[in-house]
Ligand binder design. Structure first.
Ligand SMILES: [Zn+2]
Length: 376
């Protein structure tokens, strides 16, 4: 049966459309602009604006010049109406940030703490979040939720992280964390967070882009037609487990020949029992064995990048802790990528991005900001 839409539903939809327009607009918004752009009647726009102003969702901004009559005032979203907390869990540290609806980080806390898959570790996160809330003088009721970022594929339907090589655990049960933080909690993958942050907060307007994140594990994120693509089970973009060598090196996933076994940072440092920095130092000193390994590494990376490009036909952004080292060898990688590309050889098909912790926290918080926007 088709549900009939009542007048109340229509009014709610209009209010939501108007709020979203103001929220996402990169230009100044006035009542005139809303009437024109949204093709709504002036009384509808004015009534909704009045209700949004009274509810504290939006505020009047500056007065701007007009072509005739009264000078109109701009309308702006009240960015401190609600807040979200983002918490990035890495192997060696925890980064927590309190952000407002405009994506401004108002408070942050960085804690040096090696990951441990136990209650004590998650209790410490809870304590840090509570102290951040206290310091910020914000009421708990104004916090929409806590977005926890973990490197690794996440199946939110199971409430747990299935597999996270960067945290050196195959299985992390985050149900306990969800139970101690007395706020709504969601868990977000780090690479998803990077991609979402760039697109949601208008740093990147490309409608298609794929992210390949290289750290101790390999992560991926697919942005297509202006939205994220997660696949049927939410794990689309697991580029690390594409097979690139039949019967090749053993991967963490118990399969052989995965891309991750050839391009993760752990495979270039742990196998030689040196740190990534030591590997790079030896490379820069011209160590012959290390140079050979590095050229092989770039080969496998080029195969990964070109395979991804062939599937998605859009720019591939390489991110993660490898990027600061990769930048110096971009020309070598360019040559290998062009060699492997079957077409579009003249195009720039990849770029070297970054792994910015603040972007990750922002991107993670988008989950609750979106939810909030949808409820208006
Ligand atoms: Zn694998």
């Amino acid at each position: 049966m088709v549900k009939k839409i009542s007048n109340i539903d229509v009014a709610k939809i209009n209010r939501s459309i108007i709020y979203k327009y103001i929220y996402f607009s990169e230009e100044k918004v006035t009542v005139n602009k809303l009437v024109k752009k949204l093709k709504l009647s002036r009384p509808t726009v004015e009534n909704n604006i009045r209700s949004l102003l009274e509810g504290g969702y939006i505020k009047s901004g500056e007065q701007i010049e007009s072509t005739g009559g009264r000078k109109p005032k701009t309308l702006e979203v009240v960015s401190d109406f609600k807040y979200v907390i983002g918490c990035l869990i890495s192997y060696r540290c925890i980064n927590i940030g309190l952000i407002n609806l405009a994506g401004e980080i108002l408070e942050k806390k960085d804690i040096k703490r090696t990951f441990e898959n136990d209650k004590e570790y998650f209790d410490d996160i809870d304590k840090a979040i509570k102290s951040l809330i206290k310091k910020s003088n914000i009421e708990k009721k104004d916090i929409l939720g806590v977005s926890v970022v973990i490197p690794g594929p996440i199946d939110n339907s199971l409430d747990e992280v299935i597999y996270s090589p960067p945290l050196e655990n195959e299985y992390i049960d985050i149900k306990y964390l969800k139970s101690v933080i007395e706020l709504p909690v969601c868990v977000v993958n780090d690479v998803n967070a990077i991609g979402i942050a760039r697109h949601f907060f208008n740093a990147d307007n490309d409608s298609n882009k794929v992210y390949l994140n290289i750290a101790r594990g390999i992560g991926g994120f697919i942005w297509t037609a202006g939205d994220k693509y997660i696949g049927d089970n939410g794990i689309a973009g697991e580029f690390g487990h594409m097979k690139i060598v039949p019967n090749g090196k053993m991967c963490h996933c118990s399969q052989k020949g995965c891309l991750e076994a050839y391009i993760s940072t752990s495979c270039i440092s742990d196998e030689l029992d040196i740190t990534l920095e030591e590997f790079m130092e030896k490379l820069n000193e011209g160590d012959k064995r290390i140079t050979k390994l590095w050229l092989d590494y770039l080969d496998y990376l080029a195969i990964g990048v070109t395979n991804i490009y062939c599937v998605f036909n859009c720019k591939v952004v390489i991110g993660g802790e490898i990027t600061e080292h990769l930048k110096r060898y971009k020309k070598v990688l360019d040559t290998k990528v062009i060699d492997y590309l079957p077409f579009d050889k003249e195009k720039v098909i990849y770029q070297i991005g970054s792994y910015n912790k603040e972007d990750i926290i922002l991107g993670a918080c988008v989950h609750y900001i979106n939810k909030h926007i949808d409820t208006i």
